[in-house]
Ligand binder design. Sequence first.
Ligand SMILES: NC(=O)c1ccc[n+]([C@@H]2O[C@H](COP(=O)([O-])OP(=O)(O)OC[C@H]3O[C@@H](n4cnc5c(N)ncnc54)[C@H](O)[C@@H]3O)[C@@H](O)[C@H]2O)c1
Length: 295
Amino acid sequence: MGAADMHVKKIGVLGAGQMGHGIAQVAAQSGYDVVLRDVEQRFVDKGLDGIRRNLGRQVEKGKLAKDVADAAIARVHGTTDLKALADCDLVVEAIVEDLDIKKKVWQELDAIVKPGAVFATNTSSIPITLLAAQTKRRAKFLGMHFFNPVPVMKLVELIRGVETDAATVQLVTDVGAKMGKTVVEVNDYPGFVSNRVLMPMINEAIFAVHEGVATAKAVDDVMKLGMNHPMGPLELADFIGLDTCLAILDVLYEGFKDPKYRPCPLLVKKVQAGHLGRKSGKGFYEYGGEGKIGV
Ligand SMILES: NC(=O)c1ccc[n+]([C@@H]2O[C@H](COP(=O)([O-])OP(=O)(O)OC[C@H]3O[C@@H](n4cnc5c(N)ncnc54)[C@H](O)[C@@H]3O)[C@@H](O)[C@H]2O)c1
């Protein structure tokens, strides 16, 4: 373990949604004090319940001692008050993927949080450098991109903004390692590495269905059985959410001004129809009582 994270005792997590509550959980399990902030108490409570349920499941399975789980949840302080983040050493932001809301929150945080603290965003698609520029601490700002579900997925994609300094990269690398993650460093270009490689593959799989090359199930079977992917690209697209896939492809398309990233018309059509994947019950597959059915 490096020494750079020695001064990190308290981590602020902004947003108690799918990603935020997972980040708060792994931070607390790694011994950090955590302030988990959302805009309304009901969202905070939902996040805290999610952490309790996850830890409870691990205790039931015998993977975690009850007193260790209790100590972890006791380290998470839920709040709606942004000022509660003032004395955090590291703030990880995992709020809605909306540029204007994120810009405003980072401006507010810059005024509230102590000057030495490091700022990290979990954005999937917004330029890190643009968010860093909302603050007066651009050198202490970077992307800390976790994957869903956070307690399970081993990767943190660390994204350096144009002005991120080496000490900040080291500190977040050490914090990530303490959380049991493998931190992989990349630079700030559209889609970083994860979505730049993943989304064109998903888009190409959708084109194959759109052009009648094969059914969704056939495309997924080829990739699972031939390429050893644990999920086929269309199953994965349904899992991520087809609206999210489309939004990220648009970011790549706009960011590079390159037609190779143009979203497949079938993807656009499905999003227009509200067929968003698992979360809406239908995407490239249907999700009902009888499990997944090819459509
Ligand atoms: N879901 C994923 O698979 C995934 C993976 C990697 C990164 N991300 C990124 O993580 C971020 C969060 O995504 P999510 O899936 O957890 O979303 P989510 O909708 O589950 O949660 C977002 C939470 O942010 C809260 N919020 C909104 N404005 C806020 C504010 N001003 N202050 C505090 N909280 C606020 C919302 O109330 C909500 O609880 C996004 O930037 C997304 O791109 C998501």
